[in-house]
Ligand binder design. Structure first.
Ligand code: ADP
Ligand code: MG
Length: 628
């Protein structure tokens, strides 16, 4: 069954699916939809976040209810207000050609009488959070006594959040003979208990392994001293100029603190936690959705509703108390067919937690090195160079060209380029030039890797050359594809290309010194997909390792290269909506920096966008920051 039509959906729904641009059903949709359409059965469906569960229950529900009747026939319970709104929205889109359909959202923090009024107008489907639903039932504001289909969405989260009693109470007001469909990412005991208690011999479908996180996400950890945690976070951000991330902290206080510190240091960050008002949270989420915030610092509870599809990185600033929670965190990235990275910053005493998470997600973590300062400078510089290279000329400048040319009459092109780049580069350089190595050696990983790359030393006196190449993710490469590509065109052996590091529009790789001449000669006029591919020797020896000669060759990178085999899917499409991030990310404050500054003074991206800074992303008044 390859199409939505094959699944048995009616014309109205197929029409909406076409509008939505869904081409093929996801696994969970292909499995669940035919069952739910054909049978009146209870169902337990396990699938990761981002696999399209909403449509898996949404389409069958829309097809099965009687839209001509105004009776409430479908009830969808979901853990948070965010999710509730998101599901309502999706249901409306799915049902846009179902004439007379009324889907109503019921959730806390908003007028109960308004919601009651909407229900009164006749809602065939109600999407609700348990707390508010229970409230409305007790006030006789809703009638769910004729429900035919009930959905428990993100059942594990609802139970995690302590909604068990509310759910029990709500379901007691629904008919015995309704069907219940339970959707969950994980299947802890509490969920199977609920299933046993409320469902009648449910059918079961599982997509992927139980409790396994999606293989669109790769998992990395960075070992640092606790006191260097924050600096490590900044470096990870600086080493990924196009980062669009959620950063998880354990407590509301830490969440607020880290966000404030990041803002103070010039990053575009915002906080999301339960001590903010609903209004403040909405503002932060809106800025994040619009890519005006690059780093959203959040608690687990507050992040539950985050439904943004193109998050590139999840950073675990602190690990969660419960290893299961990690699945939910990392599931925020790698959504909708994209790849993502989940990073964990740990101190030595926490390394064992990584092991237990590995068991739960059934995937290995890769130990990576926090990049050193010079590697970051190079990444930033090359990222800027690429952005400039790809910038469309604004011809408004033409009329000033004469005066500018006069000013630079005696400046050579090389000189001019150097000056131009120094505007940005010097700030990073000054900040990072005397930066220390933040990495701590991990006995566990060197044990694990002792058989890898023995004899190859990536240290400063090693025998390899690092190269810059001007192709990256946007050309459809990930490190594996690039490695294969290089091996193939250069006719090299299995291990001749290593430390491949793919960024958005450029990449780095290492190869043995002997190959230098061959590689440089090859790329003097090599074209790929009609474009010249440019390869240059990079000053950096390899991310984060140039000053840190590792005992066993650590193999952090090469280990992953072998391990993850087919984990990565080529990113066929270019990221849309990312372009504004790419183009606005580069501007930084021009505040002169010195090595005592607390960051290389990124400028808030908001200053680049039209919208005003939101008050809610931080509790203190913002320091004024000079514009470029
Ligand atoms: P889940 O509930 O499993 O976390 P969602 O239902 O929120 O996942 O879907 C994740 C994203 O994928 C949404 O943006 C949704 O619109 C999109 N999506 C769902 N089904 C498909 C499909 N068949 N093809 C393309 N995109 C889809
Ligand atoms: Mg969902």
């Amino acid at each position: 069954m390859n199409t939505f039509k094959d699944l048995g959906l009616n014309e109205d729904l197929l029409h909406a699916i076409t509008d939505l641009g869904f081409e093929t059903p996801s696994d969970v949709q292909a499995k669940a939809i035919p069952i739910l359409l054909e049978k009146d059965t209870d169902l337990v469906a396990l699938a990761q976040t981002g696999t399209g569960k909403t449509a898996a229950f949404g389409f069958p529900m829309l097809q099965k209810i009687n839209i001509d009747s105004r009776t409430t026939q479908g009830l969808i319970l979901s853990p948070t207000r965010e999710l509730c709104l998101q599901i309502t929205n999706e249901m409306k889109l799915y049902g846009k050609y179902c004439k007379g359909l009324n889907v109503v959202a019921i959730y806390g923090g908003s007028s109960i009488s308004d919601q009651a009024r909407e229900v009164k107008r006749g809602a065939q489907i109600i999407v609700a959070t348990p707390g508010r639903m229970k409230d409305m039932i007790s006030r006789n504001m809703v009638d769910i006594s004729k429900i035919e289909y009930s959905v428990l969405d993100e059942a594990d989260e609802m139970l995690n959040m302590g909604f068990k009693e509310d759910i029990t109470d709500i379901l007691s007001h629904t008919p015995e003979d309704k069907n219940t469909w339970l959707f969950s990412a994980t299947m802890p005991k509490e969920v199977s208990n609920i299933a046993k208690r409320f469902m009648k011999s449910p059918m079961e479908i599982t997509v992927g392994n139980k409790n396994e996180s999606t293989n669109q996400v790769s998992h990395e950890y960075y070992l640092v001293n606790s006191r260097d945690r924050y600096d490590a976070l900044k470096r990870l951000a600086d080493a990924n100029p196009d980062i669009f991330s959620v950063i998880f902290c354990r407590t509301k206080r830490d969440t607020q603190k880290v966000a404030e510190q990041l803002i103070e240091d010039g990053y575009s960050a915002g906080a999301l936690h339960g001590d903010l008002s609903q209004n403040q949270r909405d503002l932060v989420m809106n800025s994040f959705r619009k890519n005006q915030i690059q780093m959203l610092v959040a608690t687990d509870v507050a992040a539950r509703g985050i439904d943004v599809d193109d998050i590139t990185h999840v950073i675990n600033y602190q690990l969660p108390d419960e290893p299961e929670t990690y699945t939910h965190r990392s599931g925020r990235t790698g959504r909708a067919g994209k790849t993502g990275i989940s990073m964990v910053i740990v101190s030595k005493s926490e390394v064992r937690k990584i092991k237990s998470i590995e068991r739960i997600i059934n995937q290995k973590f890769e130990l990576k090195q926090i990049p050193d300062g010079m590697a970051i400078c190079e990444t930033q510089l090359m990222s800027l160079a690429n952005k400039i290279h790809n910038t469309e000329v604004n011809h408004e400048i033409d009329k000033y060209l004469t005066s500018i040319n006069e000013l630079f009459e005696d400046t050579s092109k090389d000189e001019l380029i150097k000056k131009f780049f120094s505007v940005e580069f010097t700030r990073f350089y000054n900040y990072y030039q005397r930066s220390k190595n933040l990495n701590v050696t991990d006995s566990r990983s060197s044990d694990r890797d002792s058989d890898r790359d023995s004899g190859r030393d990536y240290g400063s006196n090693d025998n390899s050359t690092r190269y810059f190449i001007n192709v990256g993710k946007k050309d459809g490469f990930d490190w594996m594809k690039l490695k294969d590509f290089l091996k193939e065109i250069l006719e090299l052996g299995r291990d001749d290309v290593f430390k491949v590091d793919v960024k958005e529009s450029f990449s780095f790789f290492n190869a043995e010194k002997e190959l230098q001449e061959k590689i440089l000669a090859f790329f003097t006029d090599f074209k790929h997909e009609g474009r010249f591919v440019n390869v240059e020797i990079s000053e950096d020896k390899g991310r984060g390792t140039s000053r840190n000669k590792r005992r066993s060759g650590g193999g952090d990178r090469s280990r992953g290269e072998r391990r993850s085999g087919g984990d990565f899917k080529p990113r066929g499409e270019r990221r849309t909506g990312g372009s504004d991030r790419r183009s606005s990310g580069e501007s930084r404050s021009r505040r002169s920096s010195d090595s005592n500054a607390s960051g290389p003074n990124r400028r808030d991206r908001r200053a680049n966008s039209d919208s005003k800074p939101t008050e809610s992303s931080f509790s203190r008044p913002r320091r004024s920051r000079r514009r470029d």
